[in-house]
Design a protein around this ligand. Sequence first.
Ligand code: AMP
Length: 114
Amino acid sequence: MENCIFCRIVEKQIPSKIVYEDENVLAFHDIDSKAPVHILIIPKEHIPSLNDVNQQNSQVIAHIFSVIVQIAENLGVKDSGYRVVTNCGSDAGQSVNHLHFHVLGGRSLTWPPG
Ligand code: AMP
């Protein structure tokens, strides 16, 4: 997907501050961080949103969640707490149409979100 900013980050055509990478997944710092820890974790495969997860591609989602725990530990928020968010669609404010999970931590997070 040549016009997808996250596909271009996967292809290293756009720089990012990578914290984890393997064959199927990439994790990098959000460019506009909302918390001391704000990481985005994405499947390398272009999946537009949570609405496009199905039996055929859901294995990568399980893998992403195991990676999230590793990242939370590496960045020191596993025990203090963190939040995992995926915005799906316009009402949720999804601004990049490549499935991504925000990992937020390093401070007390309000709930419910605005
Ligand atoms: P969402 O609004 O849930 O779709 O989240 C998209 C996120 O991508 C936002 O938090 C942006 O700050 C972040 N973002 C957009 N472009 C970049 C980029 N080039 N590098 C890192 N994060 C980005």
